[in-house]
Design a protein around this ligand. Structure first.
Ligand code: DX5
Length: 212
């Protein structure tokens, strides 16, 4: 089943609370962007602040860890009630080891690939992950433009590993979400394309209609 996953990129605990309130009853998953200012040139809200926020009933959180050492965040992810951790294949730690550590925390696991990273790089890990996240912008900031050749990457990955769920993240909006879905994506990470609309509930429904 295809899913829209609202992306929350913030430094502010009040904004996190407000966005989670806006999307409750709309979705069962939300993505929190975690940035360390080293792997990407931006710093987001910390997981210790995320753990202070009451998660609305029925919402599961995934953490998109745009950080150099994702394993060092797993204890805080657990305390923040994160259910799925997604970290980048481009980080320079031992991927298999980090995946093993994530398994020991009982997290669902995902690997993120930056726009310039070929999808074939994920092959050694497909039995150890639940989702692949294809970045359709260069990570670090919301409101960027969708990189068109991501559609080819989605098609190639779906052909290579048909069973693997594909998330697409960055610049997803009402105008391109159908093409992204038709290319084979399963989960759509939407930040500004949802929250910048007048009425985010209506916008969520409009986005959902496009991927039926
Ligand atoms: C970018 C983040 C994305 C971003 C999505 O580094 O990983 O999740 O917040 O925001 P939009 O949908 O505005 O591109």
């Amino acid at each position: 089943m295809k899913k829209i996953i609202p992306a929350i990129l913030t430094k502010d605990i009040a904004e996190l609370r407000s966005k989670l309130t806006q999307i409750q009853k709309l979705t069962d998953w939300a993505q929190i962007d975690i940035m360390d200012g080293k792997f990407v040139q931006n710093i987001s809200i910390g997981l210790e602040d995320v753990s202070l926020v009451k998660i609305p009933e029925g919402i599961f959180l995934e953490a998109h860890l745009m950080v150099e050492n994702p394993a060092s965040y797993f204890t805080q992810c657990q305390q923040a009630n994160i259910k799925r951790v997604i970290f980048h294949i481009e980080m320079d730690s031992d991927i298999k080891n980090v995946l093993l550590k994530a398994k020991s925390f009982n997290f669902q696991k995902g690997l993120a690939l930056n726009p310039e990273t070929p999808v074939e790089k994920i092959i050694p890990y497909i039995n150890d992950i639940d989702v692949a996240l294809l970045m359709s912008v260069h990570p670090g900031f919301g409101g960027q433009t969708f990189i068109l050749n991501t559609l080819d990457k989605i098609r190639s990955l779906k052909k290579l590993v048909p069973h693997l769920k594909i998330e697409v993240d960055g610049g997803v909006n009402i105008d391109n979400i159908k093409a992204i879905s038709d290319a084979g994506a399963d989960y759509f990470i939407v930040g500004s394309g949802l929250f910048e609309a007048e009425d985010s509930k209506k916008q969520f429904e409009n986005l959902q209609m496009k991927i039926k």
